[in-house]
Design a protein around this ligand. Structure first.
Ligand code: PGA
Length: 249
């Protein structure tokens, strides 16, 4: 059985009072349901981890550096995130690939760092609107998978999030058929690369304008094991029904 996961990416949003959502989510969803991961800004990591201790919610970070330590002003290593109480790290988000020029090789090095620290990597891939309109989506997805996935993975330590860039924060969502096409393609790729035992175990998340109103339909896809949620993860009233829809799927 693959694990179901609802991960919330707060991006650069949220100060300490926002952490009350953790308690709301923990009260509404017990540990028998999907994994619930909240990825707040790094400043809130240890506070969030303290609050989440012993609940159904776990804490993740939004990025890390590939090295353990060194002269990298402003960066955090995966080990530092683990020390702060994080159990997973989002890597290769399109906002970082675009704004900071992160390459597939960078993302691959970060994935290796996440595994080195004993954490789960939530590795993001996804095409631009131009790529989609040019009919090159699967070619780009193939290149991202080939370039950013490390050779050594386990089904437990890796989660892949398919996030079409044009769907992030826009309210635009691919059709169910488009989501199924890409998720089935990713599944086939990882089974080819890692074998069926590991390839079948890796959870695949869909991300990009997931809302309470569209989550249930998205979760009907066989190879969608959860969601990476931005805007709708900032309020329990929005995130909670998404988690419930995943639990019911
Ligand atoms: P969104 O963001 O849900 O606000 O579209 C998703 C993401 O960037 O992970």
């Amino acid at each position: 059985m693959r694990r179901k996961m609802a991960a919330g990416n707060w991006k650069m949003n949220g100060t300490a009072p926002a952490l009350s959502i953790l308690t709301e989510l923990a009260n509404a969803h017990d540990a028998t349901g999907p994994d619930i991961v909240i990825c707040p800004p790094a400043t809130l990591l240890s506070q969030a981890a303290d609050l989440a201790k012993g609940t159904s919610v776990s804490i993740g970070a939004q990025d890390c550096h590939a090295q353990i330590s060194g002269a990298f002003t402003g960066d955090l290593s995966a080990e530092m995130i683990a020390e702060a109480g994080g159990s997973s790290i989002i890597i290769g988000h399109s906002e970082r690939r675009t704004a900071y020029g992160e390459s597939n090789a960078d993302v691959r090095a970060k994935a290796t760092a996440v595994f080195r620290a004993g954490l789960t990597a939530i590795l993001c891939i996804g095409e631009s609107l131009q790529t989609r309109n040019d009919g090159n989506t699967l070619t780009v997805i193939e290149t991202q998978l080939a370039g950013s996935l490390p050779d050594q993975v386990t089904g437990q330590s890796l989660v892949i999030a398919y996030e079409p860039i044009w769907a992030i924060g826009t309210g635009m969502v691919p059709t169910l058929a488009q989501i199924i096409e890409v998720h089935d393609f990713i599944r086939a790729h990882i089974i080819r690369r890692y074998g069926p035992r590991i390839g079948d175990q890796i959870s695949l998340l869909y991300g990009g304008s997931v809302k309470p109103g569209n989550a249930a339909e998205i979760f009907t896809a066989e190879n969608v094991d959860g969601a990476l949620v931005g805007g709708a993860s900032l309020k329990a009233a929005d995130f909670s029904p998404i988690i419930a829809a995943l639990a019911a799927s």
